[in-house]
Design a protein. Sequence first.
Length: 547
Amino acid sequence: MRRCADLADCGNENRDSDLFCRVCALPLLSTALAGRYVVEALVSKGGYAAVFRGVDQNLSRRIAIKVLLPNKTTPTEQEHFLREARIAATLDHPNIAPILDYGKDGPSVFLVMPLYTAGSLRTRLAFVNGPLPAGETTHNFQQLVNALYYAHTRPRPVIHRDIKPENILIHQEDRRLVITDFGIARSLEPGARVGKRQGSGLRGPIQNPQSSVRTPPMMGQDTNLSSPAIQVRTKRGDSSISQQAVKMNTSGSLREKCQEGDQYLKQQHYSQALRAYEEALSIEPRNFYAWNGKGTALYNQGNYKKAYDAYQRAIEIEPENPVVWVSAGLALKRLQRYQQALVHFERALSIDPKYIAARIGKADTEMDMNLPEEAIASYEQALTYDQNSFQAWNGLGNARSYLRDYAGAVDAYSRALLINPRSAVAWCNKAEALVRSGHNRAALDALNEATELDRNYTPAWSLKADVYEALGNRQEAQKARKRAKPWGLMDQITRRMQAINRGNVDDFSAVACLNHLPGCSLGVEKDAFEVDSQHLIPQGFCRFQCR
């Protein structure tokens, strides 16, 4: 008999003639995938894939084999995985783990890469149990920036989207850092700008276009944060939720804990909010609002898997509440489980067809799946219900720009800016579409608006430099480039180290966080660490309270 290598979750006894487990469908030990890659041992297993140690029979070398879990991924997700593996296989850099091969054998969709045995940056941080030495930190920072710069500035740029200590391995021979798991990367079309937002701009939390404050996933413009239930909608057709009913069905101490959590969410103190909701759940384990609030706190900490689990508990309690279906869909979107996210958005729409956040979440997910035509249809459906949705107009502009319909994109961005004229991102998006339409003067006017609204918005300054260059004004182009690069690499590291010493965790880059705060086990937000293609300046920052 051949026992499944996944002893923790399966361990099924299979026939000697079987190549794959009859229960979980993972390859059994000694199976040769594609007749070449012999599976030797299970190294690790995550939420959607397992990694095996193996041997390449043709070349007689040790390898790592990453296999998607057949029972955790859909056929669409498996095709997406192979498509992204093809993208990652084009990368050739000493600090990026190469993809040696990929394919499908029976139920196994897999990719092959070198075997690294010296651990990861996470194990290094755990070993040190504190900040790494300054010299090592600087060296690590330079390696990672160089690797991401290479990926971002290729003719077809590639964004990793999941930089975290576990995905940064250490080469056993020369101790250099190697970024792995580019299997969930995004490849941009030639000419697209690194760091440009696709979709509506929701990217998860539903943002009030009149405010720059980051709000929880289920919160819309008519949020009532004082409600113990984290009320989202005071009235949405037949599926409206009664604020009065919320108060009637919530005990005093429970209500106080939920209100406390709501207040912490409003202040963006997510760890304290999480504690408040957990205390509420200790009072009433089946309280919908506490589970929903807990999911929101976890979501904003970047812990999307646990956030999804919390939302699922809320769904079990109130399965006809469309808000929590959208929140769960946004968490799935962050986990790159796009097909499942679409199912959740569709379920929310089956409950309330007029729920705009569900339509925008669906459209953004379709953009992530490289389905711009479908996304345009979804954004337009959202606009039939709300012509004043900033997110829908901005997302429609991004989708049209993706299809090189720059005139249509300019029109959509203009409509978005009529609703929220203080969005630097929308002004910059409009400027880029104008540049691609050949209207550099008009683009410059839009960029002036963007930089006036946000003096530190680097993409606007970078694009402004390009526009000045195209207009022949090199002096102004040079000034704009300096604004896009306010300080050098070493100054940047120093500032971030000072921020750590002050206990300020909201003002340093993702890589600095990975190197200095081993207690931060949440990783970095998708697209949180993107490098400006000309200046090697990290654009994103750790958003987690990793004290």
